[in-house]
Design a protein around this ligand. Structure first.
Ligand code: UDX
Length: 447
């Protein structure tokens, strides 16, 4: 099939590259001409394992191209994915200006029947708005062309996006016409080899499914963080509790890892957007509100633990931080717990030495130059350099090279053998036996 994907951000690029990999001809459109030029050179602007190769191979094979002209891309295709950003507005609602702008342009160039697919995460009712905007453009052009608007939300995890796209748990398609349903079934035919992954439902059902999935996962995490904070006060090991409850198949082991808060581009934004939808529809989403509040507070836990440990203040102290990305496998630092921690440490007069396997360039953009110039934040070449003469080590992101470190080396480097583990990666009993002063999340008075 011939497909147009508008927006070459994370979702658009993965979607376009993966459809091309399945043998389709895909044109990706972006208004950023410099980005289009880079992509046409095979340069992928984001860090996502496996994406470079898929983009380059399919580009070479002529199945994937990039342009800044939507009309040029649309000339050959009849399926148009909208995958542009829906950033949160000041009140937390999703800003639809980019989505509706693309819809307007599609309406200006549509010449034959087309299926317009919302891939961006958009509030319930957006497909109706897209339909209105396209219809209005066709009216202005005095054209009577049939088209459909479909909702096909993505469930990609950063760091595993290719695999998630190629081997999805499910493909949710909100569609209201048999004609569009047929197009979508053909498009996704190759992804349902073992069993049928396609789930057809109403357009609004699909729109809410995306938010409900992310909000449910965020709820599991905030719930566990709350129980972990309680466990600390009770002298209980949350890791035992986690295993104990995860073994119940109704609960399951995934997304019940307590930690220093969830981050990234999706959970924080989508929970807030769903709360905002609640306001719009006259319903107070108390659970979502608590999930969000717990998460905000949880991002401060590492700082609080350090303040408790260094009761005489953090001013003048040096703290070594392992991990800056919001999770392993990505350089994304949006809403990362590391940012909250580092800002609070700097405000308290501490110096931070930090290391991340891939997010160092991103970190340079996240903090003002003055912080680097004043030596308040030092980005180190190696994970162990970050611990040199530090008063404590804090693990923020559980990258693999941090999971089984050389504790002898750590002990020699640190001024004091203090480890604050924001992701419960280490064994408190073994660390205590090695002479460390160790604190995890929900496992405080152990060992
Ligand atoms: C998420 C959804 O998983 C994905 O389906 C959706 O399309 C986009 O949002 P992503 O943001 O890439 O994906 O990250 P994810 O792996 O879900 O992790 C989100 C955050 O939750 C991370 O900060 C992670 O550290 C945290 N987390 C995750 C926990 O604190 N505990 C857990 O048990 C799981």
């Amino acid at each position: 099939m011939n497909i147009t994907v508008v927006g070459t951000g994370y979702v658009g690029l993965v979607t376009g590259a993966c459809f091309a990999e399945m043998g389709n001809t895909v044109t990706c459109v972006d208004t950023d001409q410099a980005k289009v030029a880079r992509l046409n050179q095979g340069e992928v602007p984001i860090y996502e394992p496996g994406l470079d190769a898929i983009v380059q191979n399919n580009h070479k094979a002529g199945r994937l191209s990039f342009t800044s002209s939507l009309s040029e891309a649309m000339a050959d295709s009849s399926v148009y994915f909208i995958a542009v950003g829906t950033p949160p507005g000041e009140d937390g609602s999703a800003d639809l200006q980019y989505v509706l702008d693309v819809a307007r342009q599609i309406g200006q160039h549509l010449d034959n029947y087309g299926v317009i697919v919302n891939k961006s995460t958009v509030p319930v009712g957006t497909a109706d708005k897209v339909r209105e905007v396209v219809a209005q453009q066709l009216d202005e052009r005095n054209l009577d062309i049939a088209f459909d608007v479909v909702s096909n939300p993505e469930f990609l995890k950063e760091g595993a996006a290719i695999d998630d796209f190629m081997r999805p748990d499910r493909i949710v398609v909100g569609v209201e016409s048999p004609r569009a349903r047929e197009v979508m079934a053909e498009l996704y035919q190759g992804f349902s080899r073992n069993h049928d992954k396609l789930m057809f439902m109403g357009v609004r059902d699909a729109e809410l499914t995306k938010y409900a999935a992310n909000a449910m996962l965020a709820t599991k995490i905030s719930f566990m963080n709350e129980v972990a904070n309680l466990a600390e006060r009770m002298g209980v090991d949350i890791e035992q509790v986690r295993k104990g409850i995860g073994s119940d198949s109704r609960i399951g082991y995934s997304f019940i890892y307590p930690g220093c808060g969830y981050g990234g581009s999706c959970f924080p934004k989508d929970v807030k957007a769903l709360m905002h939808m609640g306001d719009e529809f006259g319903y107070q989403t108390d659970i979502l509100c608590s999930v969000e509040e717990r998460n905000q507070a949880q991002k401060h836990r590492l700082y609080e633990k350090l303040s408790e440990r260094f009761a005489d203040g953090l001013s003048g102290r040096t703290i070594g931080v392992w991990g800056l990305a919001f999770k392993p496998g990505t350089d994304d630092m949006r809403e990362a717990s590391s940012v909250t921690l580092i800002n609070r440490l700097i405000d308290a007069g501490a110096t931070v030495r930090a290391y991340d396997p891939v997010a160092m360039d991103e970190a340079r953009l996240q903090f003002p130059d003055t912080v680097f110039a004043a030596g308040k934040l030092v980005l180190c070449e190696h994970q162990y350099d970050a611990l040199a003469d530090a008063d404590a080590m804090v693990l923020v992101t559980e990258w693999k090279p941090f999971r089984q470190p050389d504790f002898n080396a750590i002990k020699k480097l640190l001024k004091q053998p203090v480890i604050i583990d924001g992701r419960n990666q280490y064994d408190p009993y073994s660390l205590k036996a090695q002479g460390f002063d160790y604190t995890g999340i929900g496992r405080d008075r152990l060992g």
